[in-house]
Write a protein that binds this ligand. Structure first.
Ligand code: DX5
Ligand code: ZN
Length: 217
C-alpha cells in the first residue's frame, strides 16, 4: 500500500454526516473519533451512529476508539462493518486477545499510542497488528498543534517494523496538515489522519489530494 489519506469527521458538520462524507470521494478511509468522556475529556458519538454511517459511506470506516474498556466495546465496531478498529493500548486489558478478536471479525486490528506511550514495550505485538497509530497530539480534540516530539517515535516504529519484517501500516493522527505531513512521511508514516485541515478547507476533496501529493513528494 502507498500513501493513504484518512479525513477525520470530528470537525465536520455532524448534523449532516452522510453529506460531509460524500464531500471527500478521494479519501481512502473515513476516520471516526469515538470518545467516552472517561479515556479522554470529550464526548462524541458511539456505535449506533457509526453503524449507520458504515451503511451509507462509500469508503470503509476507520474507527478510532478513545474509550475506556475497549476489550468490551471494540468488537462491536468490527461487527458494525468498520474496515479498521483502533483501540488504545493504555486502555486495553488484553491487547493481543483484542487484536485477534477484531481480526477474527474481519476488520483490520489497530493499536494506538498516546504521545507519552513508548513503542518499545509493544514491539513484539507488531505481528498481531494491521496498523499502529501514533498520536501526534494528546487525544480528545481536533484542531490541536502537531507535537514534533512524536517524530522520533514514528522513526523507531518504522525501524522496528522493518526489523520484524511486518507489513503493519503506520498511521499518524493529530495536527496533520500541509505544513506537517511531510515530516511525518519522512519519519516513515504511510497513513495520515487529517481533521481540521480537510474540513476547514473550502474544497475538502482538493485538500485530500494536496495532502496526498505532499506526502508522496
Ligand atoms: C483527536 C482525534 C483526531 C482529530 C484530528 O483526538 O483522534 O482524529 O480529529 O483532528 P486534527 O487533524 O484537527 O488534529
Ligand atoms: Zn482520531
Amino acid at each position: 500500500m502507498g500513501i493513504q489519506i484518512t479525513p477525520s469527521i470530528l470537525n465536520a458538520d455532524l448534523a449532516h454526516l452522510a453529506d460531509e462524507v460524500a464531500r471527500i470521494p478521494g479519501a481512502d478511509w473515513v476516520h471516526v473519533d469515538v470518545m467516552d468522556n472517561h479515556f479522554v475529556p470529550n464526548l462524541t458519538l458511539g456505535l449506533p451512529v457509526v453503524a449507520s454511517l458504515a451503511r451509507v459511506a462509500e469508503q470503509p470506516l476507520d474507527a478510532h476508539l478513545m474509550i475506556a474498556d475497549p476489550d468490551r466495546w471494540a468488537p462491536a465496531y468490527a461487527e458494525a462493518g468498520c474496515g479498521s478498529v483502533t483501540f488504545h493500548v493504555e486502555a486495553a486489558g488484553a491487547p493481543v486477545r483484542l487484536a485477534r478478536e477484531i481480526r477474527g471479525l474481519g476488520a483490520r486490528a489497530s493499536m494506538a499510542l498516546k504521545p507519552a506511550t513508548p513503542i518499545e514495550p509493544y514491539e513484539d505485538l507488531l505481528p498481531e497488528l494491521d496498523t499502529l497509530l501514533i498520536m501526534t497530539v494528546e487525544p480528545g480534540f481536533g484542531g490541536q498543534k502537531f507535537l514534533d516530539l512524536c517524530l522520533p517515535k514514528i522513526r523507531r516504529a518504522r525501524e522496528l517494523m522493518r526489523r520484524h519484517g511486518v507489513e503493519t501500516w503506520l498511521q499518524v493522527d493529530g495536527g496533520v496538515s500541509l505544513e506537517t505531513i511531510e515530516r511525518c512521511a519522512d519519519a516513515g508514516a504511510d497513513v495520515f489522519v487529517a481533521g481540521s485541515a480537510v474540513y476547514a478547507a473550502d474544497d475538502p476533496d482538493a485538500m485530500v489530494a494536496e495532502l496526498r501529493a505532499r506526502a508522496e513528494a
